[in-house]
Design a binder for this molecule. Structure first.
Ligand code: MN3
Length: 211
């Protein structure tokens, strides 16, 4: 059985950037529903229940067709949100350090350039989806995916940072102002965690989303 992870902080600590009510519903209702629906899909294929989620998502073609869409949407939703909670923290923000900062500079130039490219990608993503920073073939890259897809599913690399741009992530506080939400979000990014995710991604077979 897959389980809803506890948030690594209280619901209100990301305020004023992300409000407690949004966190409560997003984690306790949306994420919980992905976990429930994933478990219910896997009931039909007991042999898959013990398989690590990242492995399921990396080889979607091996998932039986009758549950593939359910695993894609709900397994993706579970993986993505599990990563998302952990790459945020109270009093986050600022700039990354060490190997992560070097990798960002090497791929994008100055940190400010990375931020604006990441934000632009999120703004240009039509409808619901995610914006990612991924590690693949020794380099960082920015990706977007629709729905609850993620870079594991399309071979785009190991996601080390993800931003949820579904309206449910920001509508209560920001209504339709996605740009404002994305700008505020930089203030809660947990760069130490993203750095740990990069270190994990560099090790073959390690999936930072669920380490
Ligand atoms: Mn969400």
């Amino acid at each position: 059985m897959h389980q809803l992870p506890q948030l690594p902080y209280e619901l209100d600590v990301l305020e004023p950037y992300i409000d407690a009510k949004t966190m409560e519903i997003h984690h306790g209702k949306h994420h919980a529903a992905y976990v429930d629906k994933l478990n219910s899909a896997l009931q039909k294929h007991a042999e898959l229940q013990a398989k690590p989620l990242a492995e399921l998502l990396t080889a979607m073609e091996d998932v039986p067709e009758d549950i593939r869409t359910a695993v894609r949407n709900n397994g993706g939703g579970h993986f993505n949100h599990s990563l998302f909670w952990r790459v945020m923290k109270k009093a986050g923000g600022g700039e990354p350090r060490g190997e992560l900062l070097e990798a960002i500079r090497s791929a994008f130039g100055p940190f400010s350039e990375f931020k604006s490219r990441f934000s632009r990608a999120g703004l240009e993503l039509f409808g619901s989806g995610w914006t990612w920073l991924c590690w693949r073939d020794g380099e960082l890259g920015i990706q977007t995916t629709p729905n609850q897809d993620n870079p594991l599913m399309n071979g785009a690399g190991e996601p080390i940072l993800g931003l949820d741009v579904w309206e449910h992530a920001y509508y209560l506080q920001y209504q339709n102002r996605r740009a404002e939400y994305m700008e505020a979000w930089w203030n809660v990014v947990n760069w130490a965690e993203v750095g740990d995710n990069l270190a994990a991604a560099k090790k073959a077979g390690a999936h930072p989303g669920l380490h």
